[in-house]
Design a protein around this ligand. Structure first.
Ligand SMILES: Cc1cc2nc3c(=O)[nH]c(=O)nc-3n(C[C@H](O)[C@H](O)[C@H](O)COP(=O)(O)OP(=O)(O)OC[C@H]3O[C@@H](n4cnc5c(N)ncnc54)[C@H](O)[C@@H]3O)c2cc1C
Length: 348
């Protein structure tokens, strides 16, 4: 049948495209369903530390906005600290980066359907098949559908704690960026409880944002962000900033779920909480969780012994270690953030 697949992936972000590329390369009939029209953008500062190269190899120039040297940290009292990488990372344009990954999946043989909201998922116990929107059938379903995952809800898994990330994209000439920010991702503590503010330099623009779990912030995030931008302008002595757009999105911040699989349904990336709880960084972990889950699928897809598959996948995904301890200690309040930077400063 035309709409019968070995693997259906919901979501064409970095997690979905990566897993589809691997399973399609291994010869499995793979389909990605994406609700947005592609290429689509994703609210994101675009930073990817150098370890991303271990997963993806060379990243093409046209998706890169800027080289990424490391983090420039600011404590609540104004202490500054640079923590750099040995090798450079990249700051990417998410629209182009994500579409590059989709093209890799297509080249490997995956089919992609965009503009299609997967909102009806039925699991049939009789033949272990999954039916989506009464039209697509699959042996395995992958939920790579981000923080608000419908697949996660369908299999009855809950995720506790989300931060809200809000961000302005702002026009700024490269000469000003080079002088005032450079190729550093700026992290500003002390502007919101339970989170931080950032400035991410791009090509002739910057992204300024705030992310936090704090309820007061979640209710008035735009106000907090405007205040942060005013403060940033003062600190950097920049007079005019022309805002291009405002975006916001949830960030899962409680670390990976204990059980990201159920039978032959797997959650990866943001859908399963594969995000660094302290920083909110998730591109690397989306790709990493996708590659791990793909290996289990490739091993078991021909002969789906359900228990083995589910057990192995859960075990392997546990190798991604991300816990909330550091976040809880550092992001409590201004004092704990100050203490953290002072401690890092001593280690310099
Ligand atoms: C403001 C902000 C800044 C960030 N900055 C960074 C950063 O600098 N570096 C970093 O590493 N991470 C950052 N992150 C986190 C990062 O964006 C995510 O961790 C990453 O995008 C996760 O990838 P994913 O593939 O799991 O999900 P996503 O990229 O969210 O992709 C999920 C896809 O699923 C689609 N989808 C959802 N539901 C359905 C459905 N029902 N049917 C079909 N399709 C569906 C969505 O349209 C989307 O395309 C940031 C997040 C925010 C909010």
């Amino acid at each position: 049948m035309k709409n019968n697949f070995d693997i259906i992936v919901i979501g064409a972000g970095p997690a979905g495209s990566t897993i589809a590329e691997k399973t399609a390369s291994a010869g499995f009939k793979t389909l990605i369903l994406e609700k947005e029209k592609l290429p689509r953008d994703k609210p994101c500062a675009g930073i990817a530390p150098p370890r991303i190269y271990h997963l993806l190899g060379k990243i093409p120039e046209y998706v890169i906005e800027r080289i990424f040297n490391g983090y420039h940290l600011f404590s609540p009292s104004g202490i500054e600290l640079y923590t750099g990488f040995l090798k450079e990372g990249v700051i990417v344009d998410r629209k182009k980066f994500d579409y590059w990954l989709i093209e890799r999946a297509k080249d490997a043989g995956a089919e992609v359907i965009d503009n299609l909201n997967a909102n009806n998922i039925i699991f049939s116990k009789n033949d272990n098949k999954i039916k989506i929107n009464n039209n697509f059938y699959s042996k395995i379903l992958v939920g790579a559908d981000g923080a608000n995952s419908i697949v996660r809800k369908t299999i009855g898994r809950k995720y506790k704690n989300f931060a809200l990330g809000v961000q302005y994209t702002i026009d700024l000439p490269n000469e000003v960026i080079n002088e005032k920010i450079g190729n550093w991702f700026e992290v500003h503590y002390g502007h919101v409880n339970g989170g931080y503010g950032w400035a991410s330099p791009q090509n002739n623009k910057i992204k300024i944002g705030l992310g936090s779990t704090d309820d007061k912030f979640k209710k008035n995030s735009r106000e907090y962000l405007n205040k942060f931008v005013e403060n940033f302008k003062k600190k950097k002595e920049i007079k005019n900033l022309k805002t291009i757009n405002f975006t916001s999105h949830l960030i899962p911040i409680d670390g990976p779920m204990e059980e990201p699989c159920r039978s032959n349904i797997i959650l990866i990336g943001d859908a399963a909480g594969f995000v660094n709880p302290l920083t909110g960084e998730g591109i690397y972990y989306a790709v990493k969780s996708a590659q791990i889950a793909a290996d289990s699928i490739i091993k078991h897809c021909h002969d789906l012994e359900k228990d083995d598959f589910e057990k192995e996948c859960v075990e392997k995904l546990k190798n991604i270690k991300l816990n909330t301890k550091l976040r809880d200690e550092v992001l409590q309040n201004n004092d704990s953030m100050e203490k953290y930077i002072r401690m890092l400063k001593k280690l310099e």
